[in-house]
Structures are given as C-alpha cells and as structure tokens.
Design a protein around this ligand. Structure first.
Ligand code: SF4
Length: 413
C-alpha cells in the first residue's frame, strides 16, 4: 500500500498536520522546541515569569513538549490560563507542515516536511524516513537542506546547499514521526498510524539524511542532547548515530560534547580514490580520519564505529580493496555496512555485481568484521535518496538471493 497525497491537496495536508495539533511553524515567534533547559528558563524570565518559578515552569513545559508531545499551549493542563496565553503570544511550539506522507508496503514511511524560509528566500522541504524492523524502529533525520559537499555517489551532493536546519527543525522531524506513528503516551493514534503495541516505535535515530551534520554542529548537538534527555524523549545515546563524511575536528567534538554513536561514510581505502569519491578527504585524509576514530571516546566491541561503504562497480569493490579495508581498520572496533549503490539519472557510477558484493562481504567477515549488506527498504515509495537509505541488516543466503534478483534491475532501490 502506498498512501500518497499530492502537493495540491491542501485539505489533506492540513488534516495531516492538524493531527499534530496546531498551526504550522511560525518564524515570527521564537521557538521553544530546540532550546536547552537553561535557554528555556531564560526566555521564560524574559516574558515575565518570576525567576523563582522559571525552573519549575521549564520542567512542566519540557514534559508537555517531549514526554506528551503536545504542540498547542492550550493542552498544558497544569499551567495557568494566563501563563498559557503569555506563552502563546511569544513562542511557537507548532509542527511543520506535512506536505506528503507515504507508507510503503514494507512499513517504511517517508514524510516530506516544509519549514519556514528563515532567510532562504522561500520555505524549504526536507524528507525524513522511518524504517521499522523486528526489534527496533529507526528514524533517518536530515541536518541541512542540500549539502556543501559533493560526494560523487550521493544524490544530495548534486543539490545546492540552501541552509542549515535549526535545532527546532531537526527535533521536529522526530516529533512529527512520533505524532504520526502514535508514539507519544496519552495521545490518540492518528488515522493511519500504528497502534502503540510496544513502548517505543521510534527506538533509534540516525543523522544520515540530507547534509553533513558536523557542518551544522551546534544545532545538531542541541537537538541530540534534547532527544537523549532522560526526562523527555529519553532515547539512549547508544541508539543515536551521527554519520559524517569525515569532518575530523567535529568527530572529536562529537565524542566529547554529544557522546552518541558514530558512523563514517568511508567508501574508499586509499586517499587517491577517496579524494574523488568523498572530496572532504583532501582536507582530512584517511590517516587523520582513522586516528580520530581510534580515539573516539567509549568505543569497544559493544560500541563499535560503523563504516559505510557503497559498492561501486570496478571502482572500490575488488578483493584487494577488501583486504586493504581490513588492514586499515585494524584495532578499531568496527562494523562495515556494505551499501549496494543506488543509481540516479546522471550518476557516473554503477552498482557492483551481486556476486562481487557477496565475495567482498565474505572476505571482510572472515577478517572478523561484521559486514551486513543493506537491504533496500521502501522501494515502492523511493525511500532511498541521497543518504536517506535503508536498514542495516545481515541477510541470510536466501534473502541475498532474493536481493540479487532485485539488484539485477536495481534502478529503483
Ligand atoms: S554523502 Fe553526505 S556529505 Fe556527501 S554529499 Fe551526500 S549528504 Fe553531503
């Protein structure tokens, strides 16, 4: 089943967004979502909340926003009407407009959300993808609209950079997904949502959508610290993964200041090829990148770094590449995700032959590294685009054969 609403269908879009509670994000008002507790306390004092009460009010509002998921001050039942009106006048807690929601037959969901222009000339649209699996549900979140980098295998790299997303907009992707999935307690399951049979439908998040998160460090940091706050959304930092193309200083900062799991878009095992595939390598070559990984705080065999490796036919998929990959990663607790390349019109690469992907995976495996091959998800809604990709899962031989059949016509991963 694909549920799809087209751009002209304003009523349905309003209904979708209204299920989240209120009017759309308003750039004229200051957002409360995305502020740290201290920042929230200070802005409450600015609008006249007595200093002695501000900490308590912050805790109340925090609970409503992140535990109960409300997007309308009127629903904050333990806050006086007068204060609710003051809040309404000064601040926004509204959701973005949901332009489109698609649900794949495999349960993958994709939302196209619209955020205010904020200096970009016109409102911006971004995609967020939810991938349900047996024991978890992963939300793939974007950090920028477009990207300044130009990785040659990535569709987003062909799109111009428009702007960074704010911490509010990064969090909004998570809040909208929870709204639409019925993943907040005490909230009605929206029409078309999944009944909350288990405690958390969004159990994991990956900063792996559009953009380089470490080029929007402060906003990403604020959003992830709020998402992992134990009195709010309370996602474990082990279940949050930040994926970078290799911004080395940002990797050190991520380890020290955020403490979430790390993924590296690696894709090549020597500087010459990586300079071409992931041009930021010219600034931060492999040695520096891998040193930063070796020194990433808290890594061990239970908390490994994920290395993403897109399989490009005749480019990076030989057994010599596999051998070099194992050598390079020696000493780093690592998992290697092999990603069958998803071509787009005009892309200069082809996906490796399935046999070759298998041989590559087997070699890496024999060297002692987990090397799952990503299984395409949401193909009927084209959930894969740029790095908005698929689940990571070790496939059994039977599934690999099925996958091989799909990859032979893999234009639409
Ligand atoms: S892979 Fe990531 S960093 Fe590279 S162009 Fe795509 S979105 Fe940007």
């Amino acid at each position: 089943m694909v549920v799809s609403l087209d751009l002209s269908d304003r009523d349905k879009r309003a209904a979708l967004s209204a299920s989240a509670g209120a009017s759309f994000m308003d750039e004229q008002k200051k957002p409360l979502i995305g502020l740290s507790r201290e920042e929230m306390r200070l802005v409450l004092i600015e609008i006249g909340v007595p200093e002695k009460q501000a900490k308590m009010r912050t805790s109340q509002i925090w609970h409503w926003l992140y535990v109960r998921g409300v997007s309308d001050f009127a629903l904050m039942a333990n806050i006086s009407k007068v204060l609710r009106e003051m809040l309404e006048e000064s601040f926004s807690i509204a959701r973005p407009e949901i332009v489109e929601e698609q649900i794949s037959k495999d349960g993958t969901r994709k939302w196209l959300m619209r955020f205010p222009a904020r200096g970009a000339g016109k409102p911006v649209d971004i995609e967020t993808v939810y991938i349900p699996e047996k024991n978890r549900g992963t939300l793939c979140i974007s950090s920028q609209v477009g990207c300044t980098l130009t990785c040659t295998f990535c569709h987003t790299g062909t799109q111009r950079m428009v702007r960074n997303l704010t911490s509010e907009e990064i969090l909004a992707q998570l809040l909208v997904a929870k709204d639409r999935l019925g993943d907040f307690p005490d909230r009605d399951t929206p029409q078309g949502g999944i009944a909350p049979e288990r405690v958390r439908l969004v159990s994991n998040i990956v900063m792996m959508g559009m953009g380089e998160p470490l080029y929007n460090f402060e906003n990403v940091k604020s959003a992830l610290l709020i998402a992992s706050d134990s009195d709010g959304i309370a996602l474990s930092k082990r279940r949050i993964t930040l994926s970078t193309s290799g911004v080395v200083p940002g990797i050190y900062r991520t380890g020290e200041e955020i403490g979430v799991a790390l993924a590296i878009s690696l894709h090549a095992v020597n500087d010459e090829l990586r300079n071409e595939l992931v041009p930021i390598n010219k600034k931060y070559p492999l040695k520096e990148l891998l040193d930063a990984c070796r020194n990433y705080p808290g890594i061990n065999n239970a908390r490994r770094i994920t290395f993403e490796y897109v399989m490009l036919k005749g480019v990076n998929d030989s057994l010599n590449d596999a051998k070099e990959l194992a050598r390079l990663l020696k000493g780093i607790p690592a998992k290697i995700n092999l990603i069958p390349f998803n071509p787009w019109p005009g892309s200069e690469h082809e996906c490796s032959d399935w046999d070759q992907i298998e041989k590559f995976a087997d070699f890496i495996n024999a060297c002692g590294y987990a090397s799952p091959i990503r299984r395409p998800r949401g193909s009927d809604i084209m959930a894969a685009c740029g790095q908005l990709k698929s689940e990571s899962e070790k496939m059994k031989a039977r599934e690999r054969l099925a996958m091989a059949a799909m990859v032979s016509g893999h234009g639409d991963e």
